[in-house]
Design a protein. Sequence first.
Length: 138
Amino acid sequence: MSPQLRIANDLNALGDMSSWVAATCKALGLSDTLCYRFDLAANEAVTNTISYGYAAGVRGEITLCLVTDSGNAVLEIEDDGAAFNPLEVPEPATPESLATSPIGGLGVQLIRSSMAKCEYRRRDGRNVLILQSPVTDG
């Protein structure tokens, strides 16, 4: 299993991405819980990139790389969409009740809460989101 996957900025590619994450996690010997967390984070990040990072009709490429390094599992998601640091999105306020809770807007919070460490950088005109968790998590 290759530790790298390239997909088009197309929501139809999410199923293939999830299958790749599962197979790569298994090949790396990661727990089912950690695999679930990486799949959740990847789906949130890539869905947002596809939905908001490109102008209508513009084709783009998203690259994912999942490896283990020094006791950590590291998922790097790189895209050629508009510059955007998801980690600058403020954490949502706690709603007063379920009735006043807004729909949506929790994807970045899911990513933050499912990973031990999240980093963003802009490299060579591309967005790079780096998500990391110890391999012993889960």
